[in-house]
Design a protein around this ligand. Structure first.
Ligand SMILES: [Zn+2]
Length: 293
């Protein structure tokens, strides 16, 4: 397989998972398709195996960088995810992983690693009464805040149905947040929660769901939220292989589709696509200074 070097970056996918099993058959083709479109990307780890793989791919492709960390759902037992690890039929549930600080620190120090995560809290997939699981998620998250502070790299945050606890933890560890503090990926909180995260120094990434038609009561009103977040705090993401944007909805997502998200962001912000691209790259430069050096 050939490798494209020294690509010019026109678009930026700040959160993708190109190392996941979903791309085992055609990974290099998918990456090269994105690189040809001028898409730079951060491929994000979710546990030991996918974090190590993220760094390996980042080392291979000039316009690919890595985020490494332990996703909240992997801090306890969870159902297997075919997109992430493949071959679900034969697979046992994902094992619980405790945060191996030295393992992650070693990956964090790699020059191609630009963020710690995805880390955070996810109460969407657990039951209300699973307090013990919540505590595990919180402990693993706090360790990663400490790691981000130690290696001076921003956090890549995943949060679902847990913004109150997330903001409480971040505020309590304010002295350990870098500047900028990180990215709240696929943000789905309220404007009030967004305001608090803005004040703590976070940026926001939006993905495919903003391209879906908005139906009252059915979908979250991303338009209103994107409008609320200042232009100098917004980045684009695909979160590929999950949730492809219109017009590819329902198929496997990939970083080359980022243009559709940038277009929608530009439309909501009422600026040209070109200005939006520029703004995203400028924001990426602030949060990931080593990328554009
Ligand atoms: Zn993700």
């Amino acid at each position: 397989m050939f490798k494209i070097k020294s690509m010019k970056i026109d678009f930026f996918d700040a959160h993708t998972h190109i190392q996941f099993a979903a791309y085992d058959k055609d990974r290099e083709l998918v990456i090269n398709r994105a690189l040809r479109e001028g898409v730079g990307m951060v491929t994000v780890g979710t546990k030991k195996e996918t974090s190590r793989a993220a760094v390996e791919i980042a080392e291979k492709f000039e316009s690919v960088w890595a985020a490494i960390g332990l996703h909240p759902i992997h801090s306890h037992k969870s159902p297997p995810d075919a997109q992430e690890s493949g071959n679900v039929g034969k697979m046992p549930p994902n094992a619980e992983e405790t945060l191996d600080y030295d393992f992650y620190k070693n990956l964090a120090l790699n020059p191609k690693t630009v963020a710690i995560g995805e880390c955070g809290l996810d109460y969407f997939r657990i039951k209300n009464n699973q307090l013990e699981i919540r505590e595990k998620q919180k402990a693993v998250f706090i360790k990663q805040i400490e790691l981000a502070y130690e290696v001076k790299k921003p956090l890549m945050i995943h949060c679902r149905d847990a913004f109150r606890d997330l903001i409480e933890i971040l505020s309590a560890h304010k002295n350990l947040l870098n500047s900028p503090a990180g990215i709240a990926h696929f943000f789905s909180g309220t404007k009030e929660e967004a305001k608090k995260l803005l004040d703590l120094g976070f940026y926001f990434t939006f993905g495919s769901t903003i391209t879906f038609p908005f139906k009252k009561d059915k979908h979250f009103d991303y338009g209103e939220l994107v409008w609320f977040i200042p232009l100098d705090r917004i980045l684009s993401e695909t979160d590929a292989p999950y949730v492809a944007p219109v017009p590819y909805r329902g198929t496997r997502n990939e970083p080359a589709y980022i243009i559709h998200i940038v277009r929608k962001l530009a439309e909501i912000k009422n600026i040209s696509v070109f200005e939006m691209q520029d703004k995203i790259l400028e924001n990426a430069r602030h949060i990931f200074p080593t990328i554009f050096r």
